[in-house]
Ligand binder design. Structure first.
Ligand code: NAD
Length: 247
């Protein structure tokens, strides 16, 4: 198994894309740390499923926007699971409004979770990865961070910020054999996209040249590839996983 003996921390890993990534990394042999706002029944089922695969699984409550808590969580993961090899910056939220209706709170909260959260956890993991001379960071951007989207000023700015952060961290950490990449999913069916208006789904479906919306597993398999040695000469990349929505 490609990830045997590795420990992966997945932020926002309780459900949706993060849960699929956690399961896929466990399937590939990794022990898993999940951090999320709180543990739910869904979290408990996920942890059981991972343990059912013969892997260790632990949960760490945290708001990724909290800088100090990020440093604590990473230290707690190392204490509980012995090491840290892979960081998946997945936690994210949206609060959509056109710019003339977007509130300061909507702007601040999305930037704090979706962008500062990535900084917080990458910074904490970077110290460990530099010292051990290895590590993988994969962050969840979005096609809407690459092309912009109506009503998503805060979200698109955060997801675009992840692109700059990814390329910078790739340059800073490359000499320590740390690969830093991002994936940019298109419309993936999850609890985040479930409440979106039907027109948004129809538009994404029209754009997707593969003729369907994405599933969390479509993203998880690309993330697992980026975490494996098969991708060891890939860094600073942003891989779209969008069924061709943004060709
Ligand atoms: P989701 O809402 O289904 O899951 C997000 C998870 O993050 C939840 O478990 C939630 O509790 C957790 N979370 C939210 N705020 C948090 C915080 N402050 N601290 C810790 N955990 C927090 O969303 P998803 O669709 O699975 O999205 C996962 C990631 O993928 C997000 O970063 C999202 O922006 C990105 N993404 C999603 C899509 C899509 O179409 N679903 C497309 C592109 C990118």
């Amino acid at each position: 198994m490609e990830l045997e003996g590795k420990v992966a921390l997945v932020t926002g890993g309780s459900r949706g894309i993060g849960a699929a990534i956690a399961l896929e990394l466990a399937n590939n042999g990794a022990d898993i740390a999940i951090c999320d706002l709180k543990s739910t029944d869904e979290t408990a089922r996920l942890l059981d499923a991972i343990r059912g695969l013969g892997r260790k699984a632990s949960f760490f409550p945290a708001d990724v926007a909290n800088f100090n808590r990020a440093q604590e969580v990473v230290a707690e993961v190392v204490r509980a699971l012995g090491r840290l090899d892979i960081l998946i910056n997945n936690a994210g939220i949206n609060a959509d409004h056109v710019i003339w209706k977007m509130t300061e709170e909507e702007w601040d909260r999305v930037i704090a979770v979706d962008l500062k959260g990535v900084f917080n956890y990458s910074r904490a993991a970077a110290s460990i990865f530099r010292t051990q001379g290895s590590g993988k960071i994969v962050s969840l951007s979005s096609v809407n961070g690459l092309r912009g989207q109506w009503g998503l000023a805060n979200y698109a700015a955060a997801k675009s910020g992840i692109v700059g952060l990814t390329k910078t961290l790739a340059k800073e950490l490359g000499r320590y054999q740390v690969n830093v990449n991002a994936v940019a999913p298109g419309y993936i069916v999850t609890p985040m996209t479930e409440p979106l208006p039907q027109e948004a789904k129809d538009e994404a479906l029209r754009e997707a040249v593969l003729g369907r919306l994405g599933a969390p597993e479509d993203v998880a398999s690309v993330v697992a590839f980026l975490c494996s040695d098969r991708a060891k000469y890939v860094t600073g990349e942003v891989i779209k996983v969008d069924g061709g929505q943004y060709i």
